[in-house]
Design a protein around this ligand. Structure first.
Ligand SMILES: Nc1ncnc2c1ncn2[C@@H]1O[C@H](COP(=O)(O)OP(=O)(O)OP(=O)(O)O)[C@@H](O)[C@H]1O
Ligand SMILES: [Mg+2]
Length: 238
């Protein structure tokens, strides 16, 4: 009996992006099957964050198309707004709202989706529990360590159970020991969730610990993809 290949979660087709005369993404294509964690590795300035922002809807490319599943999210002038893309994002600098409590920060994506308060509270507590921060819900970000703040950002990214998770060097502000601990915990969590993820990092070891495949980027293109575990269907550069 033929195996049914997993659906494609992300398809980037021939995307170009320039800042002035600087061509940052140069006809880049990438396909990521559902449930795959793909690490984006490459030298500073090669376009990793630009590609991630484009997936998040924070930037619009000069040319090319992007699909999430069968839904077109970028084409020509059309761009699906970030809040409609069903994704969660974790940045290097945590990006928590300082005036809000931990619980309010984590609840925000649920509020945006119109989830009623009782269910919201339940899901916030469950997400905080998953990242090891049960009992921290009434604290403010300034009352937390860097590692704890990044756990809050992670809880906020997963709380609405989005289809896609995007990470831009989430561990690079943390010291080495903490980076290793959080990296291991995130690897377990991401596998439990089974969510498709694009994970930007400079760190080969981090990529190997977390990802199913490593896409090596250079000067705006993906040069090569290394598979760390054999996924049912390989991500590929079209
Ligand atoms: N808003 C912007 N305006 C002009 N140029 C930009 C802008 N954002 C990024 N760039 C340029 O685009 C190129 C790619 O930047 P990008 O942030 O995608 O690199 P990166 O691979 O994420 O690098 P790093 O590993 O240092 O984070 C760089 O040359 C950068 O200077
Ligand atoms: Mg970057």
């Amino acid at each position: 009996m033929p195996l049914t290949p997993p659906a494609t979660a992300i398809r980037v087709e021939n995307v170009c992006h320039r800042f002035g005369s600087n061509t940052v993404l140069n006809n880049l294509s990438l396909t990521v099957p559902q449930g795959t964690i793909i690490a984006l590795l490459g030298p500073s300035g090669c376009g990793k964050s630009t590609l991630l922002k484009l997936l998040a809807g924070l930037l619009h490319p000069d040319a090319g198309q992007v699909f999430f599943g069968t839904q077109k999210v970028v084409d020509g002038r059309f761009s699906l707004p970030p809040e409609k893309r069903d994704l969660g994002m974790v940045f290097q600098d945590y990006a928590l709202w300082p005036h809000m409590t931990v619980a309010q920060n984590v609840a925000f994506p649920l509020q945006m989706r119109g989830i009623a308060r009782p269910l919201r509270q339940q899901r916030v507590l469950a997400a905080l529990d998953r990242v090891g921060l049960a009992d921290f819900e009434q604290r403010r970000p300034y009352e937390l360590s860097g590692g704890q703040q990044q756990r809050v950002a992670l809880a906020r990214a997963i709380v609405a159970e989005p289809q896609i998770l995007l990470f831009d060097e989430p561990l690079s502000n943390l010291d080495r020991d903490l980076r290793e601990t959080l990296c291991t915990e995130m690897a377990v969590l991401l596998r439990q969730l089974g969510t498709t993820a694009v994970y930007v990092t400079h760190d080969q070891q981090e990529a190997e610990a977390l990802a199913h495949a490593i896409a090596r980027m250079k000067q705006g293109v993906i040069e090569r993809i290394d598979y760390l575990q054999k996924p049912a269907v390989s991500p590929f550069v079209a």
